[in-house]
Design a protein around this ligand. Structure first.
Ligand code: 5GP
Length: 210
């Protein structure tokens, strides 16, 4: 890689209320973008049926988690519903240093923690559903029409949506392909930010000195 192409990777924090299409967009990004990798969190909660260690999460005991947290091996961590969750530091730092980008599928609290840990590296993107009706329709489809479950999910969605102003970019997800194209525009521009183009100073100095 030549000097002018050498860049520092970025951390894309992708958040949305459930039912806005975030998981689909995250999966598309990972499948289609060769330099984007997904951050796999560590957790002390037991694996659910169908979950695979190292794919959804790195499942670990509380002892191991606490030792890692004590050693500073997490970029951020939190206690959520009685279980610990954390972002392993080493894979993220390795990726960024070698010019690869890392995607984080996180809620507003996770995004806020990442921003606090690495303000220069994080690009926050918030996905909104196209309308209240559409959000309700998608949540109903998932909850199989149990009114109490739907009401709880709508309340949680409203809470998540209230944090949209904390993000750098906000996309209304009407059509997945259109939203995906916009995500790629964001990535394209953010990758060109001066502070990420760490090979430029040498390149520019060479240009100037001839
Ligand atoms: P679940 O157990 O349902 O997969 O996730 C429960 C909650 O933990 C979600 O709100 C999710 O955003 C949060 N979570 C998952 N991974 C992390 C992480 O690495 N850091 C933080 N702070 N929260 C996480």
């Amino acid at each position: 890689m030549s000097n002018e192409e050498h860049r520092r990777g970025l951390m894309m924090a992708l958040s949305s209320p459930s039912g806005a299409g975030k998981s689909t967009l995250a999966a598309l990004l990972i499948a289609r973008d060769p330099v984007m990798t997904l951050s796999i969190s560590a957790t002390t909660r037991p694996a659910r049926p169908g979950e695979v260690d190292g794919r959804e999460y790195h499942f670990m005991s509380r002892d191991v988690f606490e030792r890692m947290a004590g050693n500073g091996e997490f970029l951020e961590w939190a206690l959520v519903f009685d279980h610990f969750y954390g972002t392993p530091r080493a894979p993220v730092e390795g990726a960024l240093a070698s010019g690869r980008d890392v995607l984080f599928d996180v809620d507003w609290q996770g995004a806020r923690a990442l921003r606090a840990a690495a303000p220069e590296d994080v690009v926050g993107v918030f996905i909104l559903p196209p309308s209240h009706e559409e959000l309700e329709r998608r949540l109903k489809a998932r909850a199989q029409d149990d009114p109490a479950v739907i009401a709880r999910r709508m309340a949680r969605s409203a809470d998540e949506i209230s944090h949209w102003v904390e993000y750098d970019y906000v996309l209304v997800n009407r059509y997945v392909e259109e939203t995906f194209a916009r995500l790629e525009l964001i990535l394209g521009a953010e990758r060109l930010k001066r502070h990420r183009q760490i090979g430029l100073s040498k390149f520019a100095a060479n240009l100037a000195s001839g």
